[in-house]
Design a protein around this ligand. Structure first.
Ligand code: NAD
Length: 254
């Protein structure tokens, strides 16, 4: 039983933050989970812990911005568990700082890790997904795709691209059994989320508990993002395609 029973799911960034929550949740819901994350991450530990609980998981290390590593990781997951029918494009990094101090190499790095990764990963997974008769792709956008955060021109730009990537893939592949949607979280209590608050505070942006409370009530729990991704990954969302699911307690609604 389980809402992802019979599916092979690849989760990029699956060893940390919301990706970790998704790896655990998807495995509990019956998916065979391929965790793709940096070699230095806790991927191996996370996969072993899932297996110890009776789930199925493998760790396939890769920097998601590097084509050869993405291809090797996708092949490793397919070799272990068969064609991938759920792809959660989740790995991403943050940059906070004044636009005029943003350097070109930082710009290129963030675009590569946050955006090129979705292109590389999706391109590598789709042939197997199409051969399997279809599947669901969930990409990680953000409230930052539609509501600019101070000091985050670069990050916001990458998330704007992720936002449209999810929709454009849906339109191109909807007649071939592929669904593509995005989750758009607000501030989440992960390493990334905590670094963001520290970074913003350094530049005088009010990120006090009171300010967060005014914007979205409280910090989002990583599992709340994973649950939204689970819905989009599962067949329960069979007619949901090309859309953006905000997990932000009205941050972008008011
Ligand atoms: P996190 O930093 O806690 O975890 C990110 C994971 O991705 C880590 O395990 C890290 O090792 C992995 N990763 C980073 N670079 C990688 C690379 N090049 N190759 C492979 N793996 C890599 O972050 P999080 O808060 O879980 O955020 C993950 C995603 O959620 C990102 O796409 C981020 O933009 C998005 N998001 C986060 C927030 C937030 O407030 N934390 C809000 C909205 C959207």
């Amino acid at each position: 039983a389980g809402r992802l029973c019979g599916k092979t799911a690849l989760i990029s960034g699956g060893a940390g933050g919301c990706g970790l929550a998704a790896s655990q949740l998807f495995a509990r819901e019956g998916a065979r989970v391929g965790i793709v994350d940096l070699p230095r991450s806790k991927g191996e530990e996370v996969a072993a812990a899932i297996r110890a609980e009776g789930g199925q998981a493998v760790f396939a290390p890769a920097d998601v911005s590097v084509s050869s590593e993405v291809k090797a990781a996708v092949k490793a997951v397919e070799d272990a568990f068969g064609n991938i029918t759920v792809l959660f494009n989740h790995a991403g990094i943050l940059a906070v700082g004044p636009f005029l101090e943003t350097e070109e190499d930082e710009w290129d790095r963030l675009m590569a890790v946050n955006v090129r990764s979705m292109f590389l990963m999706t391109k590598a997974v789709l042939p197997g997904m199409l051969a399997a008769g279809g599947g669901s792709i969930v990409s990680t956008s953000s409230i930052s795709a539609v509501a600019a955060t101070p000091m985050e021109v670069l990050y916001d730009t990458t998330k704007g691209a992720c936002h449209m990537f999810a929709r454009a893939i849906a339109v191109e592949f909807r007649d071939r059994g592929i669904r593509s949607n995005a989750v758009c979280p607000g501030f989440i209590a992960t390493d990334h989320g905590k670094r963001e608050l520290v970074g913003l505070a350094k530049y005088g942006v009010d990120v006090s508990d009171a300010a967060i409370a005014a914007q979205q009530g409280r910090m989002c729990d990583p599992m709340e993002v994973a649950q939204a991704a689970l819905f989009l990954a599962s067949d329960e969302s069979s007619f949901v395609n090309g859309t953006h699911l905000f997990v932000d307690n009205c941050f972008t609604a008011v």
